[in-house]
Design a protein. Sequence first.
Length: 146
Amino acid sequence: MVNFWRAGMGFYMVERRKIRAEYAKKYRKAKKVEKTKILNEYLELLGKGNRKYEIYALNREGKNQRHLLGGKSTNIKITSAKRRKRVYQKYYEEEVIEVIIKLWKFFRYICGERLVPLIRANLDVICSRKVRIRWLQEESIPKKNY
């Protein structure tokens, strides 16, 4: 058979998850001899992979496991479905972000650890341009011991 992965015809992660879910159903129902054939076929289809890890993944896919979350025992279904991306609250308002970006560009795109001391050292110059922003005060910029 042709090794599709090396021939440049690899699968996207979404497709690989679907393939794993289908093969996991067959794999769990099969006897030992059939499991070897199913695993060989699965690895050949993907064109790569660690055999022991794939055995572990196929056995685990779609099963329920008990976990302790917050002191309570809950059942969790194990899948390789795509996870939702975390959404974080914004720390700064848009005005503040614009000013920080301007300062960052002015100081030639230096890292944050070096940018904060430069802002503190040049606070008088920054604030003298009729721009008074709360976050530029000493208390609101977190201090770091260098």
